[in-house]
Design a protein around this ligand. Structure first.
Ligand SMILES: [Zn+2]
Length: 418
């Protein structure tokens, strides 16, 4: 383990790998050319890294396209607004929708003012209360607004800090056909606050124009590669991340960093000539961001060997300084992994707490696979998450290498354990 950590800290391959992904594939939205370039890139790099059985395992993914979009303040004066449509949203008619804004703080205020919503664009401008809580307006805002007759839904971007960056992410419509599907988009924090303030002074009108559309599902793939185990090759320790991203920015933290960490962890062991007792499997999942067809597809296609998956780890928290791991398993397994991670204290990565492993590997839980989530000091993660600012310059190469050291060491210790 000391050799692995020392070797990881002594080089900068992970950042070079991430730069290569961000700059040659670009953003990796489901169904896009960027996603296709990324799959080809990953196959190429995993083969070049000397891993075994490098393959693309096909899955079909939702194919949503953004099209051209804009939002303009019309009244009380004309001014462009900073906007990013939400993934899965319908578009507007050509020429857009011009309507008065009903600015509300939250779902409660919308219910209280439901009679005012018909024919208007509802803006949800909730305070940041952490991602898990605040993201509900992105997910369910359009349905809540449409239920009261709104013609569109705007949300304050799901972030606590903003330099005029709008943040996208998946939204959902009601499964039935009873609630109209209205277009939904995120404004920058600044512009949401502006509209809220203006609405207290008098009528606010905006024009929302979105060319978004949902096309038929598109082919994509999970990219899978093995570092074959020397004694128990049929037993698998999975290291995953997701290769897809949103189209704004280049998905450097979400989840290019995770891809670079798990790929580089395997490459590092290979370079050191270390074959663990069990097989270490790298999986770069498709479609984490929309409907998780990659995670679902892997669990389905590999159902027969899931009983031999000894653990699955996912890196999808950004490439910030390592903080430890969460483990979703019975308490004895949590304690065992905590003991294995204890020597990672010098990296700041020894804290192991019970908690979820990651969206893509969550589909392995039913088969009893212990799940491990990679934790980082992600206090700045949501500054850039799903925004045009999620770019390579936000990633610290030294942090990335410390993550490679921590993840490679933990994977090694689990794959090697008696
Ligand atoms: Zn992610």
């Amino acid at each position: 383990m000391e050799r692995i950590v020392a070797a990881a800290l002594a080089d900068s391959s992970a950042f070079a790998l991430l730069a290569d992904l961000c700059d040659t594939a670009g953003s990796r939205l489901n169904g896009s050319e960027g996603q296709r370039r990324a799959v080809a890139w990953a196959l190429d790099r995993l083969r070049a890294g000397g891993l075994d059985g490098v393959r693309a395992e096909p899955v079909m993914v939702p194919h949503w396209v953004r099209g051209r979009e804009s939002c303009t303040l019309l009244e009380p004066y004309e001014q462009p607004l900073t906007l990013l449509g939400l993934g899965g949203s319908v578009g507007t008619p050509p020429g857009g929708i011009a309507a008065e804004v009903l600015a509300v703080r939250d779902f409660d205020e919308l219910e209280a003012r439901a009679a005012e919503a018909a024919g208007r664009l509802v803006l949800f401008d909730p305070p940041w209360e952490g991602y898990g809580k605040t993201v509900q307006y992105r997910g369910r805002g359009a349905v809540a607004a449409a239920r009261h007759g709104a013609v569109g839904c705007l949300i304050r971007s799901v972030t606590d800090r903003s330099l005029a960056t709008p943040h996208t992410g998946i939204m959902r419509y009601d499964k039935g056909d009873t609630i109209p599907r209205i277009p939904a988009a995120a404004l920058s924090v600044e512009d949401a606050a502006l509209l809220t303030r203006l609405a207290r002074r008098g009528p606010v009108r905006v024009r929302l124009e979105m060319g978004a559309a949902q096309l038929p599902d598109a082919p994509s793939a999970n990219v899978v590669a093995d570092l074959t185990g020397r004694e128990l090759p049929d037993e698998i320790v999975l290291a995953g991340a997701h290769l897809d991203s949103w189209d704004a920015g280049s998905g450097a933290h979400d989840d290019g960093a995770g891809c670079a960490i798990v790929m580089e962890a395997a490459f590092l062991l290979k370079r050191l000539g270390l074959a663990p007792r069990r097989t270490l499997r790298v999986v770069l999942f498709a479609d984490e961001e929309m409907t998780q067809q990659g995670g679902r597809g892997y669990a389905r296609d590999h159902a027969g060997e899931l009983p031999r998956h000894r653990a699955a780890l996912e890196c999808d928290s950004g490439g910030f300084a390592p903080a430890g791991f969460t483990v979703q398993a019975d308490s004895a397994t949590v304690a065992r992994f905590a003991a294995l991670a204890a020597p990672l204290a010098p990296l700041g990565a020894d804290a192991v707490t019970p908690g979820g492993g990651g969206v893509d590997i969550s589909f392995l839980a039913d088969a009893g696979v212990p799940l491990i989530g990679h934790r980082v000091h992600g206090e700045r993660y949501f500054d850039v998450h799903h925004s045009p600012a999620d770019t390579l310059d936000k990633v610290d190469p030294a942090d990335l290498q410390r993550n490679v050291a921590a993840v490679a060491a933990l994977l090694w210790l689990i794959a090697e354990a008696p």
